[in-house]
Design a protein around this ligand. Structure first.
Ligand SMILES: [Ca+2]
Ligand SMILES: [Ca+2]
Length: 104
């Protein structure tokens, strides 16, 4: 859009508008199709985590007796950097054991 405005202003100046009196060099014609756009921005990579859980109902009464949460952590490049396993033995919402493995 800026190029179009410049072309319009220069054409107006050559036509004698705005006090410009001669002395202007001919303008180069700008082919809009050749103007490169920056294109879509690449997605910004960020570290992320994902957690999955499993429940066990040992006596099949419909009430969970055990839960385990496994959280995987990834760096900005998508590499797995850590896994944390949290166990809730009575499925009472209180974590009873936690194991963490870090990858280098
Ligand atoms: Ca149960
Ligand atoms: Ca518990």
């Amino acid at each position: 859009m800026r190029i179009i405005r410049l072309v319009v202003l220069a054409a107006a100046a050559q036509a004698g508008c705005g006090g410009a009196q001669g002395g202007l060099e001919p303008l180069a014609v700008v082919d809009q199709a050749r103007v490169e756009s920056p294109g879509p921005r690449p997605a910004t990579a960020v570290p992320r985590q994902q957690t999955r859980s499993t429940e066990r109902d040992f006596d099949a009464d419909g009430i969970a007796d055990y839960r385990v949460f496994i959280t995987e952590s990834f760096d900005a490049e998508g590499r797995l950097v850590a896994v944390t396993e949290e166990q809730d033995f009575e499925a009472d919402g209180v974590i009873d054991a936690r194991d963490t493995t870090n990858f280098r």
